[in-house]
Design a protein around this ligand. Structure first.
Ligand code: FA5
Length: 348
């Protein structure tokens, strides 16, 4: 009987050794400890033994069972360990490898320039105004004193909205003047930065570009105010307090008188040449750069907005923002702003 127990024990230990999965261990358990298992057979045969034999054989049978149960638990642990080792082998991570730095973007150069302008004008008491980019012909032209037959409509070659008669992509930010004046009473001091659209495309012109409109209306606003605001703003923009401005007569139907605002070239300080005598390429040696259109708000425009032109006067100006950024950062082609080449964008 003793040798039977020993044989059964070594048989079960050998089976456990070859069991390679949890299910295989369970099968071994059933084979030996199950209802009809081999261990059960031995226990059943105990009844045919004498009392003394029953005691010794029963004792060694129980000890063998206990040992085998421990062997089963140990085999389960081994299988679990093998499983985890295989996973660790396959899915290991080298925590010493340096991490990949996430690429952090930033706002576009033009957006940041608009932020700066908002700050500069806010300090002079200018609030922000907005208007739609898809504009009616009425606001883009008529309210600004540009009638249907006026040559200015040809000057600003326009994108018309298909199937929406009389709607255009605004060609300038000036319509915001009228929208704002219709909704607000004087005194007014606002700027309106935003996108504008024209059928243009070359090194200094793009079909979509940005302008910043300025408008100040009160009972006694004069050109002196316009000059002071423009000069201070340009000195802040180019971070150069020696910048001077000059006004040249020009024509915009919505202002009277109308003018172009020039400022001294921030590269050659208005000298036309650099300190070492090299001719200034930016201003083409003339010492001045054209920066904005401006003028005193035309009485018809004040009237279209519901203001009494006998009582109120105002100035307005409109700057092309890409042009100013090109001057400030020495950028030589407008296309660079909008082709989304990161090598360009990341420089700023
Ligand atoms: C105007 O658009 C007037 N609304 C400005 C104005 C406002 C005058 C208030 C008087 C009172 P102009 O067409 O000149 O003006 O355009 C102003 C600026 O926009 C130009 O000096 C130029 O810098 C910029 N600009 C015009 N067309 C383009 C374009 N296609 N691409 C980039 N910038 C442009």
């Amino acid at each position: 009987m003793q040798s039977k127990i020993e044989k059964l024990k070594s048989g079960m230990l050998a089976d456990l050794k070859t069991a390679k999965s949890e299910q295989a261990i369970k099968d071994v358990e059933v084979k030996y400890f199950g209802k009809k298992g081999l261990f059960g057979d031995i226990m059943k045969s105990l009844k045919d033994l004498s009392v003394e034999e029953k005691q010794t054989v029963g004792k060694s049978a129980n000890m063998a069972k206990k040992e085998l149960e421990e062997a089963v638990m140990k085999r389960y642990d081994e299988i679990e360990h093998e499983k985890l080792s295989a996973i660790a082998e396959e899915e290991w991570i080298d925590v010493t490898v340096p991490g990949k730095k996430p690429q952090i973007g930033h706002r576009h150069l033009i957006s940041r320039f608009i932020d700066d302008l908002e700050q500069i004008f806010a300090k002079m008491g200018f609030e922000l105004a907005e208007g739609p980019e898809v504009e009616t012909e009425e606001y883009n032209f008529d309210h600004l004193n540009i009638p249907e037959t006026h040559p200015a409509r040809d000057m600003q070659d326009t994108f018309w909205i298909k199937n929406l008669e009389k709607y255009v992509l605004r060609t300038h930010t000036s319509p915001v003047q009228v929208h704002y004046m219709q909704k607000n009473d004087p005194p007014i001091r606002v700027i309106a930065p935003g996108k504008t659209f024209r059928k243009d495309s070359d090194a200094t012109h793009s079909p979509m570009f940005h302008q910043l409109e300025g408008l100040m209306v009160d009972t006694d606003v004069s050109m002196a105010n316009l000059k002071a605001v423009m000069t201070h703003a340009l000195q802040q923009i180019f971070e150069d307090s020696t910048i001077k401005t000059r006004f040249r007569v020009s024509y915009f139907p919505f202002v009277e008188p109308g003018m172009e605002v020039d400022c001294t070239c921030p590269i050659c300080q208005g000298n036309g040449k650099l300190p070492d005598g090299v001719p200034c390429r930016l201003c083409k040696q003339c010492g001045w750069l054209e920066i904005a259109g401006a003028g005193m708000v035309h009485p018809h425009v004040l009237k279209n907005a519901g203001y009494d032109p006998e009582k109120y006067t105002g100035f307005a100006f409109g700057m092309g923002l890409e042009r100013m950024v090109m001057i400030k950062y020495r950028i030589n082609h407008m296309r660079l702003f909008f082709e989304n080449d990161l090598r360009f964008i990341e420089q700023f």
